[in-house]
Design a protein around this ligand. Sequence first.
Ligand code: ASP
Length: 307
Amino acid sequence: MGFKPVVVVHGGAGVWRGLDLDMGAVVKTLKEAVMIGLDVSRSGGCLDMVVEAIAFLEDSGLFNAGVGSVLDYVGGVSMDAGVMISSGRAGGVAAVTYPRNPIRLARIVAEKTPHIIMAGPRADELAAKLGLEKHPGPHWRSVERWKTARLKPPQSTWIARRIESAKALGYDTVGAVALDSNGCLAAGASTGGVLLKLPGRVGDSCIPGAGFYANGKVAASATGIGETIIMSMSSLRLAQLYEIVGVLRDAVELTVREHTMRWGPGTLGLIALSSRGEVEASYNTEAMPWASASLGEEPRVSGLPIA
Ligand code: ASP
């Protein structure tokens, strides 16, 4: 019991201005997610902390994950999520439509199957068989955003289209990292993916090393344009840079700087937590609301859009 539990959550890197969202509610929900994670630390470990914090954000309908997931090109919801703990255990689900809380299914993949990632209808069947709660279907806010985005003329390339739609509508995937009282670190992510994605598209949030990563020294969760995060394996990259430079702040900033040089601005946000309890975040987007606290502290929120 030598470690003070810490939870960090994010609500997605993006623009965040011009969204039909009450930022007060976003701030309150992020703080509550941190408190839930910390409460869980009294009886559970780092995986419970990350899963419960993310499930709460998925349930809120305020973020692009779970209930609030954005819609694909044909107006469907399909979600990716993943978790990893410092022992090396990881699980993810890709392009699932059934569960209300894809993060709970990802946890099951990590703990109860010999696999790392399960995808599509078969993963949905597993969720249904295990009695996970069913997704309620597209949220009205997601439907409104979809209608608005569909009116915009298509851009030349996928990345231009992605950045354009992000600029117009923000993007707000969720993620969490946690340290428990035994010094175990966990990381996770959950998303509805990219607005107007082609049905079947899978992003970074179910891929260990890309959307999330945890080892004995650091846990990280990424958000941004999934295609760029997969190509750069951003969460793993952060862990590698931390190993080399030894200073969490420098490792996080270097990861984002490298990413910006390769992919341009508007592509990546990261939260990170070291086994020493240090917390850092960085992003090359306009905003990335995130919150953190250690047990007994009030959560602090940063990364809000400038009004
Ligand atoms: N990384 C997510 C994806 O591309 C989106 C996000 O972070 O908002 O699926």
